[in-house]
Design a protein around this ligand. Structure first.
Ligand code: GLN
Length: 488
């Protein structure tokens, strides 16, 4: 059961082979057994989940079920969910119970899906290893001494360890794709503006985007059908016709032009990862794709640009945590200013403070032009790189992350090396493009075979084509079905 696709689970539910309550209970039992070590979930609430499952069973019985009705989905703890503790990985929100649902949660609820629990994450989604979470690190199911990636590391570990049928994540600079790569699953960051950010706790608003994390592209297409759509409560939500993301699945790839950016296969890429990605490219050749060499010359500027813009936006977004309306408030203080200072000093962790300091600095009157404005100009150049590339190709392929999963603690004291995890993913966010990672094999790391992700980048709104390209690959390979040892 734990290896069934969403479609198979839906048909088992429809055929009454299993009820949603039974399915949910099965996952809750697995969580009970495995989560104390893996720590993929911050909050499970069996009462709330089982009540939803019961309602889903009624919906199934009444014949009004849709594709995800009754299916247990793990939700990243960045989404407000009514009645659920919603922490965003921070001490600041340790006792915050969301009074309303995020748009993404509303959509899953309307589809009759079951919220199985809230997954662990880097604090305020800042990190690439899940180690900045106030709720402790998450184990990578493939090797428990390694990180699952971040910031959606809890969701990635939950999917990899079969502690949910599928999960949600958010991606500001790589937080869906990099953990998907490190944990051997599929993850998609949609075109900016397709999934509403309403009720999704803000990190860097011009970059944040929610997306699915699952085993296969077919599963992700079904999740996308639920997660996306116009929402007038998010001013950056795009008002477009609703799409069916499964519509291209099964189409042949003959004639598809795939671009390989030379900058993605240069220095800094682990040799084992490079080999896996090259083998995947060969597979695409066999499927009939035409491979073209392209260049994204400003790739190297994406990390410095991101670490000006994302902290700038974060410093503004995080100013709302002042101890007054919600979140942590210091127990003792002298006056209002002291209350602000102590509440923020106590509530935020070190990485979040570092980002607030950088962001405040680059936005300050004397440095705005030199840093913030300059970074915005380079952001435009990075987007133009892709515009030019997509004149030569339909999709771009490359590695998702420069390495396989690293050891917990290995990069914790070296922020710059941690930031380099996102060298191949961040430009996609800066340009607002869709990007996804799918499992493409394993690379030897310290004598262990660890998962490697293949990144597929598409032009704006080309998710259906990307999902089909991934699906075609998943029809001729079985990497996405492999299971880590010790979780059965
Ligand atoms: N690792 C990047 C950061 O720390 C990206 C995180 C994300 O995508 N949320 O900011």
């Amino acid at each position: 059961m734990i290896n069934k696709s969403l479609k198979q689970l839906a048909s088992m539910l429809a055929g009454k082979e299993i009820s949603s309550v039974e399915l949910t209970q099965e996952y809750l039992n697995r969580i009970d057994r495995l989560n104390p070590e893996i720590n993929a979930y911050i909050t499970v609430n069996p009462d709330l989940s089982l009540a939803q499952a019961k309602a889903a069973d009624q919906l199934l019985a009444s014949g009004k079920a849709t594709a995800l009705t009754g299916i247990p989905i793990a939700q990243k703890d960045i989404f407000c969910a009514k009645g659920w503790k919603t922490t965003c990985g921070s001490k600041m929100l340790e006792s915050f119970i969301a009074p309303y649902d995020a748009a993404v949660i509303e959509r899953f609820n309307a589809a009759g899906a079951v919220n199985l629990g809230k997954t662990n994450m880097d604090e305020f989604a800042m990190g690439s290893s899940n180690e900045t979470s106030y709720y402790g690190k998450v184990q990578n199911p493939w090797d428990r001494s390694r990180v699952p990636g971040g910031s959606s590391g809890g969701s990635a570990a939950a999917v990899a360890a079969r502690l949910c049928a599928a999960a949600t994540g958010t991606d500001t600079g790589g937080s869906i794709r990099q953990p998907a790569s490190l944990c051997g699953l599929s993850g998609l960051k949609p075109t900016y503006g397709l999934a509403s950010r309403y009720g999704m706790i803000a990190f860097a608003s011009s970059l944040d985007q929610a997306g699915p994390m699952a085993h296969s592209c077919e599963d992700m297409a079904l999740m996308m059908n639920v997660m996306t759509g116009f929402d007038e409560r998010d001013s950056t939500s795009l008002n477009r016709d609703k799409e069916d993301y499964t519509r291209q699945l099964g189409q042949p790839l003959a004639g598809l032009r795939i671009g390989l950016p030379k900058e993605y296969f240069a220095e800094g890429l682990d040799a084992g990862v490079a080999k896996v990605v090259e083998a995947a490219v060969d597979e695409y050749r066999k499927l009939g794709a035409e491979i073209v060499d392209i260049s994204l010359p400003n790739t190297m500027l994406s990390i410095p640009v991101y670490y000006v813009l994302a902290p700038a936006e974060a410093s503004s977004n995080l100013s709302r945590y002042d101890g007054v309306r919600f979140g942590h408030r210091a127990a003792e203080y002298d006056d209002l200013m002291d209350m602000y200072c102590k509440s923020r000093a106590e509530g935020f962790g070190a990485e979040v403070k570092r980002r607030i300091l950088i962001g405040t600095y680059v936005l300050s009157a004397g440095y705005y032009d030199a840093y913030y404005l300059k970074a915005q100009q380079i952001r435009r150049l990075i987007a133009q790189d892709f515009e030019r590339a997509f004149e030569q190709c339909d999709l771009i392929l490359g590695p998702t992350a420069p390495s396989t999963a690293f050891k917990a603690g290995e990069k914790a004291d070296d922020p710059v090396s941690m930031y380099l995890q996102d060298i191949y993913t961040i430009a996609v966010n800066l340009a607002g493009l869709p990007g996804m990672s799918i499992p493409a094999g394993f690379a030897q790391t310290d004598g262990l075979a660890l998962p490697v992700g293949l990144q597929i980048i598409g032009n704006y709104f080309d998710e259906a084509r990307m999902l089909n390209a991934g699906h075609a690959y998943q029809q001729v390979t079985d990497w996405h079905q492999r299971m880590p040892e010790g979780i059965a």
